[in-house]
Design a protein around this ligand. Structure first.
Ligand code: ZN
Length: 326
């Protein structure tokens, strides 16, 4: 419902002093801009631009030296594990503001968007500092998540000479969590129906494949020009760039190439522990992500021979799973 009338007025009065103030905690980079952190970032994001990691190539670039990826901006001032395990800083006005929202039932929080601007590239040896201001608190809004308020902050990043190197706006919604909609309607007995699996994202390029599965078929896409097979479905052949394709029935045979057994978090609609595997199929180069079923999760192992089955997971949803070869 959200706060109404006088209560709401009184609450919004309490928000006013927060607008425009600095949040009051020192955000200073623990380390200078350094090659190790840049390398880890680039590896994690698969960014191979030499100007970030190759001194020789960087020297010949417009920068004349190694620079940090601009999108690392915030990474330089994050406090690391302390964020998860540390005590709240009593001077932190942003946390104080969030607690004020919590106290009247707006306990939900979700980040909704962020934008960054970069004034210059950071170089090895630079040191970054950040100051965050609570820029704006919206009026009460009704959103899909519940009634709440958007809080905008703006962080300004400066270097060791107090020159601005970049800025970031960050918006969160503090909201009153609404009633959770029932996952499915109840059945005739009145008991709530079991929650169902999350449905795959279907679009133009893969709808045909899922339609096949719902009809009981496990198909593999094939290039009509060079005959190369591919999965997951996509519009163009990676071998010859042809967009002409058809499909063939999968052999349904395979071998576990890699796997993981998920214990937590438990998402409604799935049984845990849940064995998720990448299965190498005899079709040239095809690896299929799937659940391994009909055996204890701890029995799944690399090299295990498995075979496919189109199985009904819910009354209106089938998918391809693999089970041990009988
Ligand atoms: Zn082809």
């Amino acid at each position: 419902m959200g706060l109404q009338g006088k209560e709401r007025e009184a609450f919004e009065k309490k928000l006013e002093p927060y607008v425009g103030i600095e949040i009051g905690i020192d955000e200073i980079g623990r380390d200078e801009i350094n090659q190790a952190m840049i390398r880890h970032w680039c590896e994690a994001l698969d960014n191979e631009l030499p100007v970030y990691t190759d001194a020789e190539a960087a020297a010949k670039s417009v920068h004349g030296e190694i620079v940090a990826p601009p999108t690392m901006l915030q990474a330089w001032i994050l406090p690391g594990m302390e964020m998860a395990t540390g005590e709240d800083d009593p001077n932190d006005k942003q946390k104080e503001l969030h607690r004020l929202f919590d106290s009247v039932g707006y306990t939900g929080v979700v980040a909704t968007n962020t934008e960054q601007e970069y004034n210059r590239y950071l170089r090895l040896g630079d040191r970054v500092r950040a100051v965050t201001v609570i820029e704006d608190i919206s009026e009460q809004k009704a959103t899909g998540l519940g009634i709440g308020y958007f809080i905008n902050t703006r962080t300004t990043f400066t270097d060791q000479n107090d020159e601005v190197v970049g800025s970031m706006t960050f918006r969160v919604l503090k909201f009153e969590p609404g009633e959770q909609p029932a996952a499915t309607e109840s059945d005739d007995s009145g008991a709530p129906a079991k929650p169902t699996r999350i449905r795959p994202a279907m679009a133009h390029d893969n709808q045909w494949w899922w339609d096949g599965v719902q009809a009981g078929h496990f198909l593999i896409q094939r290039c009509e020009d060079c005959g190369a097979v591919r999965h997951p479905p996509r519009p163009m052949c990676g071998e010859c760039q042809s967009i002409r394709w058809d499909s063939v029935p999968a052999t349904g045979q395979g071998e576990v190439f890699s796997y993981v057994v998920i214990h937590y978090p438990e998402v409604p609609g799935y049984e845990y522990p849940l064995a998720v595997a990448v299965v190498d199929m005899p079709e040239d180069g095809i690896r299929f992500v799937t659940n391994v079923v009909d055996c204890a999760p701890e029995a799944v192992h690399i090299g295990m021979k498995v075979e496919a089955e189109v199985r009904e997971m819910d009354p209106d949803f089938k998918m391809v799973v693999f089970k041990p070869v009988a």
